[in-house]
Design a binder for this molecule. Structure first.
Ligand code: HXC
Length: 520
């Protein structure tokens, strides 16, 4: 290669110098502070997230929108690093807020860098990943900064369900800034070093006199256990970034594509006889639904979403013969698996996420009903429970329902019965489908017989047994076609795989509408 002329060499050197300055972000001292706080820098995060060498930076030389307050202020890279790369060979777009530059605060041009990659992600049909670590609106830029947020929120909303959007919270995320992550599909938080809140401890103290720390107010524990705002929490940046890679492995690139298929070495016809020890016919004996899921899916691998919140219902991703499936399951170990407000919200959101991204849904049912109580009624269990019904009916992906034990009343419908749109419904011999449990039913239906009896307790026991004999089994529902087959427990994995294979390519039309009006 010939040596470039001296003039050209100068231009190249100037370019490299500018690039180095941008890459240095807020400088060594601030980066050191970042590392001392147990965090990676914005660029280190990108390196860790993407396949080695795949990052292509965009908008590298963008500078802040100068105004009077910003005059003379330097902001290398404008406080955010943006571009594309690959994860497991598939293209993704990424923005990584750089806290070392003006606290990663968001001004007009910072937002322009972010919306550039969001637009490219939407146009090319690829996921977009936001690595959030920012002090919020750039105070010096005033309304321009608010407008920048608006441009991001707008895109979060209009690209929702078109391409997967994933948010990692790796530092501060406060004020209205929280609404960009909140509009995305998944929020992952690092424990101890990230927080999200609308109003901070100081404002809260002045308004309500409550004393609270950043972490107590909006740390990972709070949002994955109490508020349900975040989906997953990890120890440290590295674990969060690995978590994003794992999560994406279950998702397609966009709403037009199917999720990737992994090679599967776990035999399709593997016997599930272990289930016979896990689920006994004794309706009062709870069992771990997690064990049931692990037994059925490929290699026992289940990525549970929101595992710490609304634990009475389980949602998560797994694979059956290498194909992604979303699993929704009652958890008899927590609140006897009843459905309450939070469980309804959690499941409805997960069902809709699966439907957006063409992920078939397996529903495992063991539920006695919606949680009774004044608090639940007054807080709107009707409105929230309706979301589950809506989400299942709306979903056009393949849907299999398996009743493991109890399926009673309204919850029978909310857990995707045949009438609510399940393509195939299976039950185990341990299943019982009825309007309510035998004790409750006998007390209502045979109240007079029991009251008038010379021996009320004996009559009650007799009527309960009679009711159980008639209804507390899967065969009444199966006889009427509400259950497609009662299957041997040990043969469940093979049947689920075969049935999902049968449903591949399923299409289901819906009447014209702008969009539905899900109860919120
Ligand atoms: C511009 C900011 C900034 C901001 C911090 N910096 N916040 N610059 N706009 N909002 C700068 C600091 O001057 C400092 O610059 C650097 O970022 C690091 O900040 P520190 O305070 O030194 O860091 P730390 O001690 O770690 O504290 C982090 C923090 C604190 C808790 C986030 O910076 C903070 O409270 N900032 C203000 C947060 C805030 O009120 N944001 C507006 C929220 S309202 P140097 O040069 O010294 O490194 C909002 C509305 C959005 O966001 C609405 C959207 C609709």
């Amino acid at each position: 290669m010939t040596q470039p002329a001296a003039e050209l060499q100068e231009l190249i050197a100037a370019m490299e110098q500018r690039r180095s300055k941008v890459e240095a972000g807020g400088g060594e001292a601030r980066q050191q502070k970042q590392r001392e706080g147990g965090k990676l820098t914005a660029r280190e995060r990108i390196e860790r997230l993407l396949d080695p060498g795949s990052f292509l930076e965009l908008s590298t030389f963008v500078e802040h929108g100068a105004n009077r307050l910003m005059a003379g202020v330097e902001a290398p890279g404008e406080g955010v690093v943006t571009g594309r790369g690959t994860i497991d060979g598939r293209q993704v777009f990424v923005f990584s807020q750089d806290f070392t530059v003006l606290g990663g605060s968001l001004g007009k041009m910072n937002a322009a860098k972010v919306t550039k990659v969001m637009d490219l992600a939407a146009k090319t049909g690829c996921p977009v990943i936001g690595l959030n670590d920012s002090a919020g609106a750039r105070i010096q830029e005033g309304v321009d900064s608010l407008s920048g947020y608006g441009e991001i929120f707008y895109r979060n909303a209009i690209y929702s369900g078109s391409v997967p959007q994933i948010s990692a919270i790796l530092g501060p995320c406060a004020g209205g800034a929280v609404y960009s992550p909140a509009l995305t599909d998944f929020i992952l938080m690092s424990r101890g070093s990230s927080y999200m809140f609308i109003t901070g401890p100081e404002v809260i103290k002045s308004v309500t006199r409550e004393d609270v720390t950043f972490d107590q107010l909006g740390g990972a524990d709070v949002h994955t256990r109490k508020s349900g705002v975040a989906h997953l929490e990890y120890d440290g940046d590295e674990a969060v970034l690995d978590g994003i890679r794992d999560l994406l492995s279950y998702l397609p690139q966009n709403a037009r594509e199917q999720p990737p298929v992994r090679e599967c070495t776990d035999p399709v016809g593997r016997s599930n006889e272990r289930l016979l020890d896990i689920v006994t016919p004794d309706q009062r004996k709870p069992y771990a639904m997690h064990d049931v899921i692990h037994e059925l899916v490929d290699d026992g691998t289940f990525l549970e979403i929101q595992p710490g919140w609304a634990r009475n219902i389980l949602c998560g991703f797994a694979r059956l013969d290498g194909q992604s499936v979303g699993i929704v399951a009652n958890n008899p170990k927590v609140m006897a698996g009843t459905l309450n407000i939070d469980a309804s919200d959690k499941a409805a959101r997960f069902i809709r996420t699966c439907d957006c991204y063409n992920i078939p849904i397996l529903t495992l049912v063991d539920v006695t009903g919606f949680l009774p109580g004044v608090a639940q009624e007054h807080a709107g269990i009707i409105r929230h429970g309706a979301k589950m019904l809506y989400a299942y009916a709306e979903a056009t992906v393949p849907k299999i329902t398996l009743i493991t034990r109890k399926s009673y009343g309204g919850a029978y419908l909310a857990m995707n019965s045949r009438d609510m749109g399940a393509d195939v419904v299976y039950a185990w011999p341990t299943a019982a489908v009825a309007v309510m449990g035998a004790e409750g039913a006998a007390n209502i239906v045979y109240r007079r017989d029991i009251q008038n009896s010379e021996n009320p307790e004996a009559t009650r026991a007799e009527k309960i047994a009679q009711y159980k004999e008639t209804f507390d089994n899967p065969y009444v529902a199966a006889a009427k076609g509400y259950i497609d087959d009662v299957i041997p427990m040990e043969d469940t994995r093979r049947r689920l795989i075969q049935t999902f294979a049968m449903l591949r390519g399923k299409e289901e039309a819906r009447p014209f509408k702008k969009h539905g009006n899900i109860p919120l």
